[in-house]
Design a protein around this ligand. Structure first.
Ligand code: NA7
Length: 545
C-alpha cells in the first residue's frame, strides 16, 4: 500500500557509517533528509555481521569517525581491533550523540529510485509503501551488503540449523556438543572458525580456495599509550587521509618505522628480506601487504611474501597433509583481500577440527543431515555459510534505479560498473554513490574513504546552494576517461590475477571488471580535490531557473 508522498531535500539510502555521517553533514547544510535502512537497526555491516569472532581488520583508533575531535577524544576503544559488538555500540553512541535516529526509517528497503527530469527530483519508493521525492539521492548502501548464497543442490533441504555469517541471529548461538560445518574461508570464515572450534563437538571446514592470513596480534589497548596517541590524533588522521601511512592503521609500529616504506627487496639479502617480513608479521595485520611497496606490483616480491606466509603455515600446522591444503598457491598474496586472524592456522591442530578440500573433492549436495562431497558424507547439526557477498554493485543493482530518459542502472552497468570518480554516474543527475565502484573503497580503511566522499559531496552541495545551482551530472567523457584510468591502474598491479570479489569473480555471471580504484587514498583524494578546485571539472552543473 502506498503512503502519502513526502518531499525532502535529500534522501539517503543506508544507515551504516556512510549514511549516518552523510545525514549529519546534510543537517549542517540545513537540508531536510530522510534516511532509509533495510536493517531493523542502524549500523550497516556491523548490524548484520554478528557471527562469532566478527572483528574489524583495520585498527580501532583508525577505524572510527574523525569529524568530531570531541568524539574521538571521548570514545575509548578497548582493543587494537574492535569486535563487532563494540563497533555497533560506537555507532549507536554516535547516532545518539548527534541525534541522528529521528531521520532514519529502519526496516525499510528502497525498491526503486527514478529521476523525474521535468521536476528535477528523485522519486524513491520502498517495500513499505513510502514514496519520497528529493532533489538529491545519496546511495550509502555499502560495498559488502548483499550476501552471496552458494548454489549447492539440496541446501534448502538441510534439516539442521543453517546460518549465514552476514545474517547472523541476534541471540547468542551455542555450538556446545554440536557437529558444525563451515563453508567458506574468506575473512568471515577465518574469523569464525577458531571461535566455533572452541565450542563445537566437531567442526568440519569446507575450503575451496586456500587463503593467505596474517595474525592480527590483537590485544587490549594500553590506556597510557592511547592518551599519548590521542594528543596527536589530528596529525595521525591526516597521515591516513593522505596515504602517508597505511589507512588500516600503523598504531603498533615503533616510531622509527612509522611511514617508512621500503620500495622493493631488490638489492637486499635473503636474511634482510626475511627480517622485514617477520617484522610485519610480528606487528600483525593487513599492513603485511605493505611490507614492500611493490608487493602488489612485482611478481617476484609478491612470491617472496607469499612464500613467507606459506612457510608460516607449514611451521604452524602439525599435520603436513592439512598444511598443504591450507597453503595458498593459486593466487598472488593480497589479490584476494588478505585475511587477519587470531589463531586460524593453529585451529587445524585441534583434534575436533577436520579440513575438507572441496576443490579436490567438490561439494555435491546438502542432504537433510549432512554435506556430501565426491568423497564422503559429513553428518552435521549446524551448517554455517561464510560464502561472501555480491560486492560493490550488488546493493545498487538490487534496486531499480532509473536516471534521465528512464535509463536503467542495470542496463548501463550490464558490462560492469561505470562512474566518474566512483561518486557520480553519467545519466543519473543529482545521485551520488558513497564509496562506489571506481573509488578506493574496499582497498582502503573504508572509514577514511567514507569521510572523504561525504565531505566532498557536502562541499559540492554547499557550493550548489551558494551558486544557486540545481543539478549536477557526471559528463560521459569524464566518466569514460576515469573508467579507463581505473582499469589502467588495476592492470599495472597483480590484482586482476586474483579471481576475487574485487573483480566480481565470486558471483556466477557477473562481469569481470576490477571495481575499486587501486591508485591509493592519497592520490585519489588529490584528484577529487583538484576536480573540485577546478569548478567540479568533468561534472556539468546547471543554474537553477
Ligand atoms: P569472501 O572473502 O568472498 O569469502 C567467501 C568464501 O566462501 C571463500 O573462501 C569462497 O571460496 C567460499 N565460497 C563461496 N562460494 C562457495 C561455494 N559454492 N563452495 C565452496 N566455497 C565457496 O567473503 P567474506 O565474507 O569472508 O569476506 C568478505 C569481506 O567482508 C572481507 O574481505 C572483509 O572486508 C569483510 P573462493 O575463494 O571463492 O574459492
Amino acid at each position: 500500500m502506498q503512503g502519502p508522498e513526502e518531499e525532502f531535500d535529500a534522501v539517503v539510502v543506508g544507515a551504516g557509517f556512510a549514511g549516518l555521517y552523510m545525514l549529519h553533514r546534510l543537517r549542517d547544510l540545513g537540508f531536510t533528509v530522510r534516511v532509509f535502512e533495510a536493517g531493523d537497526g542502524i549500523g550497516g555491516t556491523w548490524y548484520w555481521n554478528r557471527y562469532p569472532g566478527a572483528r574489524c581488520d583495520a585498527e580501532s583508533l583508525a577505524y572510527s569517525y574523525s569529524f568530531s575531535a570531541e568524539l574521538e577524544q571521548d570514545w575509548e576503544w578497548s582493543e587494537r581491533y574492535a569486535s563487532q559488538p563494540e563497533i555497533l555500540r560506537y555507532i549507536e553512541h554516535v547516532a545518539d550523540r548527534f541525534d541522528l535516529k529521528r531521520d532514519v526509517r529502519c526496516g525499510t528497503q528502497v525498491t526503486t529510485a527514478c529521476f523525474d527530469e521535468a521536476a528535477n527530483l528523485w522519486r524513491v519508493e520502498t517495500d513499505r509503501g513510502d514514496v519520497v521525492r528529493a532533489r538529491f539521492c545519496i546511495m550509502a548502501t555499502g560495498c559488502l551488503s548483499v550476501p552471496q548464497t552458494p548454489d549447492i543442490p539440496g541446501l534448502d533441504t538441510f534439516g539442521g540449523t543453517l546460518y549465514q555469517a552476514s545474517k547472523w541471529p541476534h541471540e547468542k548461538v551455542d555450538f556446545s556438543g554440536l557437529r558444525v560445518g563451515v563453508i567458506g574461508t574468506g575473512s568471515s570464515g577465518i574469523q569464525a572458525i577458531p571461535v566455533i572450534a572452541q565450542q563445537a563437538q566437531h567442526l568440519t571446514v569446507f575450503q575451496r580456495t586456500a587463503n593467505y592470513s596474517v595474525p592480527a596480534q590483537n590485544a587490549p589497548l594500553d590506556r597510557d599509550w592511547v592518551t599519548t596517541y590521542k594528543k596527536d590524533y589530528r596529525s595521525h588522521r591526516d597521515d591516513y587521509r593522505h596515504g602517508r601511512v597505511s589507512s588500516f592503521g600503523d598504531l603498533q609500529l615503533p616510531d622509527e618505522y612509522r611511514g617508512v616504506v621500503i620500495e622493493s627487496p631488490v638489492g637486499m639479502s635473503a636474511e634482510e628480506i626475511e627480517a622485514n617480513y617477520e617484522r610485519y608479521w610480528q606487528q600483525g595485520g593487513a599492513r603485511f601487504i605493505g611490507s614492500f611497496a611493490d608487493v602488489l606490483i612485482s611478481e617476484s616480491t609478491n612470491e617472496l611474501a607469499a612464500e613467507f606466509v606459506r612457510n608460516k603455515i607449514r611451521e604452524t600446522v602439525k599435520d603436513q597433509e592439512v598444511a598443504k591444503i591450507l597453503t595458498p598457491t593459486t593466487h598472488p598474496i593480497g589479490t584476494k583481500r588478505i585475511c587477519v586472524d587470531t589463531q586460524y592456522y593453529e585451529t587445524f591442530n585441534r583434534p575436533n577440527v577436520t579440513l575438507v578440500d572441496v576443490t579436490q573433492t567438490p561439494l555435491e549436495e546438502v542432504t537433510a543431515t549432512a554435506v556430501r562431497t565426491t568423497q564422503g558424507e559429513y553428518e552435521l547439526d549446524v551448517l554455517v555459510l561464510a560464502t561472501g557477498f555480491d560486492a560493490m554493485t550488488g546493493a545498487l543493482l538490487g534496486m531499480d534505479i532509473r536516471g534521465r530518459g528512464g535509463l536503467s542502472l542495470r542496463e548501463k552497468w550490464q558490462a560492469g560498473p561505470r562512474s566518474y570518480l566512483g561518486l557520480g554516474i553519467a545519466g543519473f543527475p543529482n545521485l551520488f554513490t558513497i564509496t562506489g565502484p571506481g573509488s578506493p573503497s574496499v582497498l582502503s580503511n573504508v572509514l577514511v574513504s567514507i569521510e572523504q566522499h561525504v565531505d566532498w559531496i557536502a562541499d559540492l552541495l554547499a557550493h550548489m546552494q551558494t551558486a544557486k545551482l540545481d543539478r549536477f551530472e557526471a559528463a560521459i567523457e569524464a566518466e569514460d576517461r576515469w573508467v579507463d584510468h581505473v582499469n589502467q591502474v588495476a592492470n599495472a598491479t597483480l590484482f586482476p590475477k586474483g579471481g576475487s570479489w574485487y573483480l566480481g569473480a565470486n558471483v556466477p555471471g557477473k562481469p569481470r571488471v576490477f571495481m575499486p580504484y587501486a591508485g591509493g587514498v592519497g592520490p585519489y583524494r588529490d584528484i577529487c580535490d583538484r576536480v573540485a578546485s577546478k569548478g567540479y571539472e568533468g561534472f556539468s552543473l546547471r543554474e537553477a531557473s
